[in-house]
Design a protein around this ligand. Structure first.
Ligand code: PLP
Length: 363
C-alpha cells in the first residue's frame, strides 16, 4: 500500500492521507471481530437458493432488473411485518450492502456537511471523505450515550444536510430511545436536513425501529442490512427505507445495474425464510446476555448492548496487548481504537466458550 503517492498519479488531494478500511482477516483463527452472524445459512434456505439458481444462471446474458423491484417489494413486506408499517417498493432502495447505500446517499445528498456522533461506525466519515462530503464529528458522553440537547445544538450550529445516528450504535452497542430520534428528526427538519438512522443491528434490539416514524417525520432515512440478522454478509445486501423522493435521489447516483441478478434472486429467497433466520437472532440475544454476565463475573466492565457484540474494558494491560494475546490464542476480536476497550462479536455458544476460556487464561 503506497504511502508516498507518486507525482504521476493524479490522486485527489482529499484522499492522500487515507488508508483502505478493513478489519484484519487472519486465517485459522476464530473470527469474532466483524459482527457477522456466526450461524451458517439454515439448510432450508440453502436448498431453496439451489432450486432457484438455475433459472437465474441461464439468464446471466441479460442485465439484472435495474430497479430490483421484486426484491424491494419483499423488503417492504419484511419491514411491514416486523414493524406494523405499510411500505411498498417505492419506499425502499437496495444495494450491495448498506455501505453502498450510505455511499449512494452521500453522493446524492452531501452538498452540505454531514454530522455524526463518535465513537460510532467509522465508515460513515470514510464514505463522506471519499465522496467529497465535509464530515463533522460531535461527541457522545463518556458512557457512550448521546446528550440530545447537545446534539440538537450541534445540528442548529452546523446545519448539516445529513445527520448520522447509529442505533444500536457500533462499536458501543448503545441504543438510542425512539423519543430521542423524534427530537433529532424535528431538529434536522428545521434546517432542511435529513436524519440518517443506521439500523444495521435493529433486529437484535427491543427498541422500536425508526421506520415507524416515517409517516410523521418525512426527513428520516433508515438504513438496514441483511448482513447481520439474515446471516447474509457474504451476499452483500443492504437497503434503506424512506420517502419516495429519497429513493428518486438514489436512482440518480446509483450505478446502472448495480445489483446483480444472482444477488437479487438469493436475497429474495432469504427473505421468504425470514422466520427461520430470526429464530437464530433470538438465540444470539440470549447468548449476548450470557456472555455479558460472564464478562462481568470475570471482573470486566461491559457497555450495555442491544446489538450482536459487546464492548468491554477493565484490562490488566493495554487493550492492543490483550488483543494480540488473544490472537496468539487463536481468537480474533476487534480493537476499535477506543483506549482501554475491545469489542467482541457474539458467536455460537461453543465459540463464546472458547473466547471466555481464552480470556480467563490470559497471563
Ligand atoms: C453500523 C453499521 N452500518 C453499516 C454496516 C455495513 O454493513 P453492510 O455493508 O455489510 O450492509 C455495518 C457493518 O458492520 C455497521 O456496523
Amino acid at each position: 500500500m503506497a504511502t508516498n503517492w507518486p507525482s504521476w498519479l493524479p490522486l485527489r488531494a482529499s484522499l492522500r492521507t487515507l488508508s483502505p478500511y478493513g478489519a484484519p482477516q487472519i486465517p485459522n483463527v476464530l473470527s469474532l471481530n466483524t459482527n457477522e452472524n456466526p450461524f451458517e445459512l439454515p439448510g432450508e434456505v440453502v436448498d431453496a437458493i439451489m432450486e432457484k439458481l438455475p433459472q437465474v444462471l441461464t439468464r446471466l446474458n441479460r442485465y439484472p432488473d435495474r430497479d430490483a423491484t421484486k426484491l424491494r417489494t419483499l423488503l417492504a413486506n419484511y419491514i411491514n411485518t416486523a414493524s406494523g408499517t405499510n411500505f411498498s417498493q417505492v419506499n425502499i432502495w437496495a444495494a450491495n450492502g448498506s455501505n453502498e447505500i450510505l455511499q449512494t446517499l452521500m453522493l446524492a445528498l452531501g452538498e452540505r456537511p454531514a454530522l455524526g456522533f463518535v465513537p460510532s461506525y467509522s465508515v460513515h466519515p470514510l464514505i463522506a471523505q471519499t465522496t467529497g462530503v465535509e464530515w463533522r464529528a460531535g461527541n457522545r458522553r463518556e458512557n457512550f450515550t448521546l446528550d440530545i440537547s447537545y446534539a440538537i445544538q450541534e445540528i442548529q450550529r452546523i446545519k448539516p444536510g445529513l445527520t448520522f445516528i447509529t442505533t444500536p450504535n457500533n462499536p458501543t452497542g448503545t441504543n438510542l430511545p425512539i423519543t430521542d430520534i423524534i427530537d433529532l428528526a424535528k431538529a434536522t427538519a428545521e434546517i432542511n436536513g435529513v436524519l440518517v438512522v443506521d439500523e444495521a443491528y435493529a433486529e437484535f434490539s427491543d427498541e422500536l425501529s425508526a421506520v415507524t416514524l416515517l409517516g410523521t417525520h418525512h426527513n428520516i432515512v433508515v438504513v438496514r442490512t441483511m448482513s447481520k440478522a439474515f446471516a447474509f454478509a457474504g451476499a452483500r445486501v443492504g437497503y434503506l427505507v424512506a420517502q419516495p423522493e429519497v429513493i428518486d435521489a438514489c436512482l440518480i447516483t446509483r450505478l446502472p445495474y448495480h445489483l446483480s441478478s444472482v444477488t437479487q434472486a438469493i436475497a429474495e429467497v432469504a427473505l421468504t425464510h425470514s422466520t427461520a433466520l430470526m429464530a437464530e437472532v433470538a438465540q444470539l440475544k440470549v447468548e449476548r446476555e450470557r456472555v455479558c454476565a460472564a464478562l462481568i463475573a470475570l471482573g470486566y466492565a461491559v457497555a450495555p448492548s442491544a446489538a450482536n457484540f459487546l464492548l468491554f474494558s477493565g484490562f490488566k494491560r493495554t487493550s492492543p496487548e490483550i488483543w494480540k494475546e488473544l490472537v496468539d490464542a487463536g481468537i480474533l476480536i476487534r480493537d476499535v481504537g477506543i483506549t482501554g476497550y475491545l469489542r467482541v462479536t457474539i458467536g455460537t455458544p461453543a465459540e463464546n466458550e472458547r473466547f471466555l476460556a481464552a480470556l480467563k487464561a490470559l497471563k
